[in-house]
Write a protein that binds this ligand. Structure first.
Ligand SMILES: *Cc1c(COP(=O)(O)O)cnc(C)c1O
Length: 391
């Protein structure tokens, strides 16, 4: 039969990593031992207290609703834990209707676009950046205006460089600090500018805060909701995935502007039915113990960050150590003339080491590559040894 296929799938950007997957398979066939240090997915297990709470609650015969739709019998302890966390961590008191729990941010980002954007609408996404913002726009039939993030500017969005016509038309501006892939952080004063920009131009600011807890050397990341009046024009996407080694659990939240939260909730109620109740219990446990749990997680990434940055710097790079995220972002060596694809292919060919080409995050990611710190020290050390031997 002619299996139907929606036009919108043809509008998705080409999957750049398909080519790299093929190259990896080729390399393996030729007997090269491939070492991947490209994907941002924590290798270390979720901390015991969180796992223990999942096990306890999933077997809790006293809770007859534990297997049921998470949206119909939500565990009130989770929003309470999120509110407590925002209050302790940032001094932010989330108001009534200013919070919805999510099945992770990737899912929520796409649903958010479906909830807020009409076909033909314009929304602004930073480049290089997480591809899902644009994918949400595509599914909503909306159009992405790409705003460049540049090293010369600390990878902060330059609001003045957004053209007047775009300011007039755009409905959403996505931000993400600490940033994937550039590892840049933003001071609270930047979020103040963002809120001011959103208010002046009637653009909802959607801040993706996926790495707020992955920080080092005493740095702590601000929340956009700390800005006075932020909830009039902003929402924040928080996730337990990266900060608590919980990527597979699919749990997070969106907090801030009430109308935007309500619109997202309207999509969610009709699509996802919520997170399993025992996962809600475990996520609450994670947030209630955040100050106890995150230092040990960050100690591991911080040690790996030092290992990778020191090795690259010994080899001719001159990188600063990132204050946050689980990545290292570095320029490709000069001889590749700024082509991240050529560097990544040659690195794989010569050494079997697989990193992510910056071009995969959009045009202004070109010239850079990303290493993920979510691999054991021994794997990262072996990869660094191989990079050191590259011709
Ligand atoms: C990993 C990541 C996410 C997705 O997180 P989930 O909550 O696991 O869906 C969102 N945004 C950025 C920038 C990320 O790197």
């Amino acid at each position: 039969m002619n299996v139907p296929r929606a036009e919108r799938l043809n509008k998705l950007p080409p999957y750049l990593f398909a080519d790299l997957r093929r190259r990896m398979a080729d390399a393996r066939k030729r007997g090269i031992k491939v070492i991947r240090i490209d994907i941002g997915d924590p290798d270390a297990p979720t901390p015991d207290p969180i796992v223990d709470e999942l096990c306890r609650s999933v077997r809790d015969a006293e809770d007859p609703a534990r297997h049921r739709y998470g949206c119909d019998v939500p565990y009130e302890g989770l929003p309470a834990a999120i509110r407590g966390f925002y209050k302790r961590r940032w001094g932010v008191a989330l108001g009534d209707g200013e919070l919805v729990t999510t099945m992770g941010s990737k899912d929520a980002i796409v649903k958010f676009a479906l909830a807020l954007l009409n076909p033909g609408d314009l929304a602004i996404a930073p480049v290089p950046g997480y591809p899902t913002y644009n994918i949400g726009h595509v599914f909503a039939g909306a159009v992405t205006y790409q705003v460049p993030l540049q090293a010369s500017n600390g990878y902060l969005v330059d609001f003045d460089a957004i053209p007047h016509e775009v300011r007039r038309q755009a409905k959403i501006l996505w931000l993400n600090y600490p940033n994937n892939p550039t590892t840049a952080t933003a001071p609270l004063s930047f979020f103040e500018q963002a809120v001011e920009f959103g208010r002046r131009h009637n653009i909802l600011i959607a801040h993706d805060s996926a790495y707020s807890e992955n920080t080092y050397d005493g740095y702590t990341a601000p929340s956009i909701l700390q800005v006075d009046g932020a909830s009039e024009v902003a929402v924040e996407f928080f996730s337990l995935s990266k900060g608590f080694n919980m990527t597979g659990w699919r749990v997070g939240c969106v907090a801030g502007n009430r109308e935007a939260v309500a619109a997202l909730n309207a999509v969610k109620e009709n699509v996802d039915n919520g997170t399993l109740r025992p996962i809600q219990f475990a996520a609450a446990e994670a947030l209630n113990r955040a100050e106890q749990l995150t230092p040990a997680i960050n100690a591991v990434y911080g040690r790996r960050r030092d290992l990778v940055v020191d090795a690259l710097n010994a080899r001719g790079w001159s990188l600063d150590k990132p204050a946050a995220t689980i990545y290292v972002w570095a320029p490709v060596p000069e001889k590749y003339n700024g082509s991240s694809g050529a560097f990544v292919a040659d690195l794989l060919e010569q050494t079997g080491v697989m990193v992510t080409p910056g071009a995969g995050y959009g045009q202004w990611g070109e010239g850079f590559f990303r290493i993920s710190l979510t691999y054991p020290d021994t794997v990262l050390a072996e990869a660094m040894d191989r990079i050191a031997k590259m011709k």
